[in-house]
Design a protein around this ligand. Structure first.
Ligand code: SRM
Ligand code: SF4
Length: 579
């Protein structure tokens, strides 16, 4: 089926032999000699929503004591648009407390992650998550991942409609194998088990992960251009006319390998709302048939498009879609962050967006955030109030649909448990993102989540010095160049190179439409702060009114030429005008 003739990568072999993602997972789970699972199974378990990890803080100590690494499992939910009921929240909280490390981690793709689950309890944990009517199928692996949908409490009917399209697409793209249900939920094996027909993915699934997001202008909170496939809602008089379709976004790169690079998606055209699944299937089948299956670092859709050309890609997609795509419609994004605090909704309802630093919901010192949210969920657990928890694509939490009479109580709980950072924090702190990185992420080269509060404080001190405390600057930290906090879309970003050393990237816009560029390579904190100090002085003195930091850096010509492809916003806009 693949259009490439090069030798397939080892992971392709594992998928082929896996009997539709079963592998030897049952045997691995039963093996009591080790806390790990077999190498092949570490690839397959991703399709079930889990990664094997080890505590990297303890690696050396355990090696010295001749112990195997401290293995545990990260589990990620599939949660289109990131919406859960209070009862589901309580279920997930109980899972984190009983089986995980006592924290709930909200991700940059509106999902929950649990860390620190040991092999012996993996099955019970997945069963408990499923008991909350949430699953983890295809949350990771070479398939479509969690489908994101923009969070817009002010347009709740429209949001509901778009969330519904995202949920339907997520379901449509779910693998058909029953492996998950057999292994984790004890579903009985039936004839044909291990040979299920996968109409969209085929026998070997996709060459690589695949990501989809729905954005609702003027907000680009999902960073739609960072996705393999994106839908931009086109709305007229409150009515959803359809979606502009974008394809070929992706951020992962590898240090020192210029053939890998972050890339923003291209605008393909427009489809009616009832054609969402069909166009997604056409794009995915094209990537399935032509994506690179020999080099996993060159296997995302962005490389398929760049290697063969956008016109070729459009032709293949339209052939599978059965019709030419209609011209894209005009749209305009204002920003890609979240809006914090209360906003008034309709029908005597209001919505509260809370800042959750680096997405980590935990009880730490006086900051008892897990307890606060548990209390709110308990009050509304019967579902009568209609309150919902919505995870934002920027690791924050929206408590949506709060009846007016319930507001005061929520305010009290939020204040009591010090969950009210949104009231006092600088825009820099409110909008910053950091990926998980150490100690759980196997690929981390430097700290990110654990470094965020401290680093933000140091940058705030510099901003103060230049009278810029209120500047709304987007800061993003990643522990390696894979880009999980979407750092290439940060006005200021640190990308880990080694412990305590980062590439300093600068100059993205705040609409998610322009990638940043490398400013200083492999620098430590002192060098980063010195560089920022100089640039803030320049910015404070010479910015025009309301000019964003990233835009200023580009205008002032401070930044070097990009060393990888940058699709500037002007190009996006001109392709739109041409259409
Ligand atoms: Fe990611 C791998 C965490 C969003 C690009 N990502 C990982 C792993 C699983 C490490 C691994 O492979 O062993 C990380 C687990 C860390 C841990 O201990 O929990 C990890 N990624 C995350 C999360 C939790 C970051 C966060 O702090 O919120 C996000 C989970 C999203 C979700 O719910 O599904 C997360 N990852 C992203 C994003 C942002 C996005 O999708 O909007 C990206 C950039 C967009 C993209 O995909 O291009 C991203 N993650 C990667 C890559 C690079 C992929 C590539 O094309 O090269 C890897 C490495 C890989 O796949 O080989 C990776
Ligand atoms: Fe890990 Fe790198 Fe992703 Fe951070 S960006 S979570 S360090 S893979």
């Amino acid at each position: 089926m693949s259009a490439t003739t090069a030798t397939p990568s080892a992971v392709e072999g594992i998928k082929t032999r896996s009997r539709r993602l079963r592998g030897t997972l049952l045997e691995s789970l039963a093996n009591e000699v080790t806390g790990a699972i077999s190498d092949d199974d570490t690839q397959l378990i991703k399709f079930h929503g889990s990664y094997m990890q080890d505590d990297r803080d303890l690696r050396e100590e355990r090696r010295a004591a001749k112990l195997e690494p401290d293995y545990s499992f990260m589990i990620r939910t599939r949660l289109p648009g990131g919406v859960v009921t209070p009862r589901q929240w309580l279920g997930l909280d109980a899972v984190a407390t009983r089986f995980g490390n006592g924290t709930l981690r909200l991700t940059t793709r509106q999902a929950f992650q649990f860390h620190g689950v040991i092999k012996r309890e993996l099955k019970a944990t997945l069963q408990a998550i499923n008991a909350a009517l949430i699953d983890t199928v295809a949350a990771c692996g070479d398939v479509n991942r969690n489908v994101m949908a923009g969070v817009n409490p002010l347009q709740s009917a429209l949001h509901a409609r778009i969330h519904d399209d995202a949920a339907k697409l997520s379901e449509f793209l779910k693998p058909k194998t029953r492996a998950y249900y057999e292994i984790w939920l004890d579903e009985e094996k039936v004839a044909g088990s291990g040979e299920e027909y996968e109409p969209i993915y085929g026998e070997v699934y996709l060459p690589r992960k695949f990501k989809v997001a729905f954005a609702v202008p003027p907000y680009n909170d999902v960073d739609v251009f960072a996705n393999d496939l994106g839908f931009i809602a086109i709305v007229e008089n409150g009515e959803l006319l359809g979606y502009n379709v974008v394809a070929g976004g992706g951020l992962g790169a590898t240090h020192g390998e210029p053939a890998t690079y972050p890339r923003l998606a291209d605008l393909l055209g427009f489809v009616a709302p009832d054609r969402v699944n069909a166009i997604a299937e056409a794009v995915i089948r094209t990537q399935r048939d032509f994506g690179n299956r020999s080099d996993r670092k060159h296997a995302r859709l962005k490389y398929t498009i760049d290697d063969r050309g956008l016109d070729w890609f459009r032709g293949e997609v339209e052939r599978r879609f059965g019709a030419p795509l209609r011209p894209a419609r005009p749209f305009r994004f204002e920003h890609n962050g979240d809006r914090f605090g209360w906003v008034e909704g309709t029908n005597s309802r209001a919505h509260l967006t809370l800042r959750i630093e680096a997405g980590r919901v935990a009880d730490r010192g006086e900051h008892t955030h897990l307890t606060a949210l548990r209390r709110i969920a308990q009050i509304h657990a019967d579902g009568n109030s209609g309150l919902q928890f919505r995870l934002t694509p920027n690791q924050n939490l929206l408590i949506a649909n709060v009846p007016n009479e319930g507001r005061a109580e929520i305010d009290e709980i939020v204040a009591e448990h010090r969950l009210d950072l949104y009231r006092s924090a600088t825009p820099l702190r409110l909008n910053a993102l950091a990926c998980v990185a150490l100690p759980t992420c196997a690929l981390a080269m430097a700290e990110a989540e654990r470094y965020l509060p401290d680093f933000t404080g140091k940058v705030e001190a510099l901003l103060d010095r230049h009278g810029l405390r209120d500047a709304r600057i987007h800061l993003r930290l990643s522990g390696c160049p894979n880009g999980c906090s979407r750092p290439y879309l940060g006005e200021i970003a640190l990308i880990g190179k080694a412990p305590g050393r980062y590439n300093l990237m600068l100059g993205a816009d705040t609409r998610g439409q322009r990638l940043n560029r490398l400013h200083r390579e492999n620098v430590d904190e002192a060098q980063i702060l010195a560089a920022l100090d100089e640039l803030f002085a320049h910015y404070a003195a010479e910015r025009t009114r309301a000019e964003a930091f990233g835009d200023f850096l580009v205008r002032a010509g401070v930044l070097a030429e990009a060393h990888y492809k940058v699709i500037p916003v002007t190009l996006l806009e001109s392709s739109l005008t041409a259409a």
